[in-house]
Design a protein around this ligand. Sequence first.
Ligand code: PGA
Length: 253
Amino acid sequence: MRTPIVAGNWKMNGSLELVASIAEAWQTAASELTDIEVVIFPPAVYLSAAQQAWQATQIKWGGQNLSEYAPGAYTGEIAAPMLQEMACQYVLLGHSERRSIYGETVAQITAKFMCAQAAGLRPILCVGETQEERDKGQTMAVISNQLIPILALGTDFLADVVIAYEPVWAIGTGLTATPEQAQAVHADIRKLVAEHAPNIAPELRILYGGSVKPNNAKELFAMADIDGGLIGGASLNADSFLQICRAAVECKA
Ligand code: PGA
């Protein structure tokens, strides 16, 4: 049985007020949200406030990124042990915005992945194709290129990994993959993982991300290989994020 995860990626959004409003919403909702994991990725400057506000709730928190280097002279960067010190349990890696806007390479993401593992942080590794790549029938070729270097690290590195399938064309666009489209890719990802690490594939949690909203979460989460979601825009409002968490509880109960 795979425990579903609903993860909120605030990106470069949010505020102390949002940290507080999430804590408040969870005080009343906590008892309904059993058997799922809830993780929020606020901007790093809010991690300390998040730790204080959320530590008495079920909510876990994590970093949106980390450096591939050990602490040192890297202005503007955040090292894995620093996230660990903020009691982060998870870290997002390979988000398409990091890949496309900041030019993160697969080699860099693999190095970050190893730093995360060394610090005991669970990586949520994002993969996904652009519209053009999908139109050319290259979806799984693209995802294989993103995933295989990580899978090649070996089973010891993979035990805690979570994968987020985020078609780039669905991120922040209001266009969502249909449940069938998403399910097909999730099943292919699980198959790919099984070829490289057969013992982790059945338990691997694969999240869908890309314009998940309260009105479409349930049909996505109902699919067999979709183990929750990575939520951008709709995680910036306590009420809509809560509704998406409820959808995961209902579908996976
Ligand atoms: P979105 O973002 O839900 O706003 O599409 C998802 C993500 O980028 O993780």
